[in-house]
Design a protein around this ligand. Structure first.
Ligand SMILES: N[C@@H](CCC(=O)N[C@@H](CS)C(=O)NCC(=O)O)C(=O)O
Length: 231
């Protein structure tokens, strides 16, 4: 199988963390130049990463891929034993996907102060704050987000909290983790988990490459190579 994934992409990082934690080793990682050329939708109609390519066809959407991996390797699945605990894991994953990451993504065009529409920034950052408030109520107080084992909730929360901490201040809004107790304590703890540390390093490297221009150079080289193939 092949996972179309990007270092900085939090939805991709979520699936990579799951793959690392499950110990699945037969999935290659790739990011085709078509993604940067706005042509990924020719391969996957949603046009977003991650996408898992299997022998039967493609699977887009991180949460759908996550379920597929758990069902494909049931003995390694990152879900707790009881239906209630499984529901809690799915709930935290949904809060991170929908109320944290999606709103931050929608706000990205408003990072630049010169072109920012304050009302849009305020609306979306208000939703992030509200989502963080819900997460504070639902998250557990132990080593992991839910229960005593690493679960898919941790795989979604680690990239989502990285995004909150690294990106929200760029909107001139305080990092919403700072207003929490349980989430802040969890965030401080989980970063030393080896699977979390691995994806956090990948994301930090991706962010550095974006900010220092290295990523843009790599994208331009990949696009030039792709165009040369079809010349
Ligand atoms: N709901 C999707 C979101 C995926 C997503 O937004 N991916 C971003 C990168 S993290 C992307 O591909 N953006 C490209 C675009 O919006 O065109 C999922 O859970 O996989």
């Amino acid at each position: 199988m092949k996972l179309y994934t990007g270092d900085l992409s939090p939805y991709s990082a979520k699936v990579r963390m799951q793959i690392y934690a499950m110990g699945v080793e037969d999935i290659d990682f790739d990011l085709p130049a078509s993604f940067f050329m706005g042509k990924l939708s020719e391969f996957s109609p949603i046009g977003r990463i991650p996408v898992l390519e299997t022998s039967e066809g493609i699977i887009p959407e991180s949460e759908v891929i996550a379920e597929y991996l758990d069902e494909s390797y049931p003995e390694r699945a990152l879900l707790p034993a009881t239906p209630f605990d499984r529901a809690q894991v799915r709930l935290l994953s949904r809060i991170a996907d929908t109320y944290l990451m999606n709103n931050i993504f929608m706000a990205l065009p408003h990072i630049n102060r010169d072109t920012r529409v304050d009302a849009v920034r305020d609306l979306l950052m208000g939703q992030v704050k509200r989502g963080m408030g819900a997460l504070e109520k639902h998250i557990g107080s132990g080593e992991f987000a839910i229960g005593a084992q690493l679960s898919r909730a941790d795989c979604t929360l680690v990239p989502a909290l990285f995004l909150c901490e690294s990106t929200v201040p760029r909107f001139d809004v305080e990092n919403p983790i700072l207003a929490t107790e349980k989430v802040a304590a969890y965030w401080a703890r989980i970063q030393s988990n080896p699977f979390a540390a691995r994806v956090l390093k990948e994301m930090a490297d991706g962010l550095k490459a974006r900010l220092d221009g290295t990523e843009m150079k790599q994208i331009q080289a990949a696009i030039a190579q792709e165009k040369a193939k079809h010349a």
